[in-house]
Design a protein around this ligand. Structure first.
Ligand code: F6P
Ligand code: MG
Length: 454
């Protein structure tokens, strides 16, 4: 049950797979070792220090394996809910494979699993997150865009009552389209690509502003946003419209996701939002439960933005309080299924995690955020850009019970599909004129699959 196109692998020098496996991953791991060393230097208890030194040594072993292109060994049984899935996949498909000749998607995920293993078999450091400092720090440097959104959306969303029903619907449509873009472009600040970003670089990536909306829409190369609205507006008639977010990054992107989800609840388009995060640190900036809690608590109680005005601080606090209330009322639910931290693509979701598939099939819309989720949906393979999204995601579109799926993704890696019948020419043209277009995050896709009734 595989697509007809080859998956990208580390030895494909023409692809981003090569640069990632060869240099990005060792750099990321090096930074992770620095972080753990910083923590080590602040510890006092001998037991904890010795335990952490062992974690750092294991990270060192991983560095040797990664840079020496070692064969992929099984994951040590650390009682994680996903360990059996990992070792099953390794035994079935990747025996004897190394970091460079295994599919990129798998090898990269495997690296993050081994990094977790360095801590998960320790006594005191099981839940240590080597990326946590970075995630918090980047959010604290995003103040302009954070307050731009909080000042606008702290006040509950209300449509002018004097408008006719048609005008009301139009106002709502425009808001939906704008916030879909806010949610989409929130994905361009991803820490795995933006190590050492300056304040100005963050700012330019996070401009959420009204005037630029039409301009940024031009960069959505496969754009099903308007079809998505048609789908979502029908939800209000249903009792119990449920929308799921398969989350990507913590901090600013998660904040944008929540602004969007807040609107979906307030407008009555959805009654419940379910957020799916990761069980442990993943691809540097992905959301864990701790990141989720940190965001909400820092909004309400934090002192992250010393230069903020009272009005700014208050707007953020009000938003945070409302979101916490949604959680209390069960309107927002945070979940973390083990499958999200495996090396499987979503072509295998229905067979390897049938409970999760069934759970998602009960949703009215599942929004997959970001580049990695998009790679997983599309098997991370060299499909032509004109390939229809439904064909590219295989069983996630064609299996009985497949939910309606939207992928909101800024393009940060090789696989690009869903650009329409002229897609191959568009892609060739961009490759000729803007060689880095597939990794810059300047372009995006919003693609929709209608699903299949069970
Ligand atoms: O390492 C490559 C990658 O998986 C790319 O897909 C992307 O550059 C990044 O890491 C993750 O991006 P995102 O956070 O949007 O999934
Ligand atoms: Mg990510």
């Amino acid at each position: 049950n595989n697509p007809p196109w080859p998956a990208y692998r580390g030895y494909h020098e023409y692809s981003f797979a090569h640069a990632t496996m060869q240099s990005r991953l060792p750099t990321i791991l090096g930074k992770a070792i620095e972080d753990a060393t910083r923590t080590l230097n602040s510890q006092s208890s001998e037991e904890r220090v010795v335990d952490l030194v062992q974690c750092i040594d294991r990270m060192g072993d991983l560095m040797i394996d990664l840079s020496g292109n070692a064969k992929l060994r099984p994951i040590i049984d650390d009682d994680e809910a996903d360990v059996a899935l990992w070792n099953k996949e390794i035994a079935k498909y990747f025996q004897g494979k190394d970091f460079m000749n295994a599919p990129w998607l798998f090898a990269e995920a495997y690296k993050y699993r081994r990094l977790h293993e360095a801590f998960s078999i320790s006594k005191f450091w099981r839940d240590y997150d080597v990326f946590y400092r970075q995630k918090c720090d980047t959010f604290s440097r995003s103040s302009d865009a954070v307050f731009e959104l909080s000042l606008r959306f702290a006040e509950p969303f209300k449509i002018n009552e004097s408008l006719s029903p048609k005008e009301k619907l139009e106002a709502e449509r425009l808001m939906f389209l704008e916030l879909t873009q806010v949610c989409l472009w929130g994905n361009s600040t991803d820490l795995s690509l933006l190590i050492n970003m300056t304040e100005d670089q963050i700012k330019s990536l996070q401009s959420t502003g009204g005037d630029s909306l039409a301009a940024t829409e031009k960069n959505i190369l496969g754009n099903d946003m308007h079809r998505l609205w048609d789908r979502v507006r029908q939800l209000r008639e249903k009792t119990g419209g449920r929308i799921d977010f398969v989350l990507d990054n913590a901090g600013f992107e998660l904040y944008c996701d929540c602004v969007y989800a807040d609107f979906l609840i307030q407008s009555g388009l959805a009654n419940q939002i379910r957020f799916h995060g990761k069980r442990y640190p993943w691809f540097v900036s992905d959301v864990t439960k701790k990141d989720w809690e940190w965001l909400l608590n820092t909004m309400v109680y934090g002192q992250l933005f010393p230069k903020a005005s009272d009005a700014e601080r208050e707007s953020l606090r009000r938003l945070g309080l409302r979101w916490k209330q949604y959680e209390k009322e069960g309107k927002w639910v945070y979940e973390q299924h083990p499958f999200w931290c495996t090396g499987y693509t979503f072509w295998d979701l229905h067979s390897e995690a049938p409970d999760l598939f069934l759970h998602l099939s009960r949703s009215d819309l599942v929004i997959f955020k970001g580049d990695l989720n998009h790679r997983k949906l599309t098997y991370d393979c060299a499909a032509p850009a004109s390939t229809q999204f439904e064909d590219a995601i295989g069983p996630m579109a064609s299996s009985a019970g497949a939910p309606v799926i939207a992928s909101l993704r800024t393009i940060k890696s090789d696989v690009v599909v869903g650009l329409g019948p002229q897609g191959d020419e568009i892609s060739d043209e961009l490759t000729k004129n803007e060689p880095g277009w597939k990794i810059s995050g300047k372009y995006a896709v919003v693609l929709l699959s209608e699903g299949r009734p069970g």
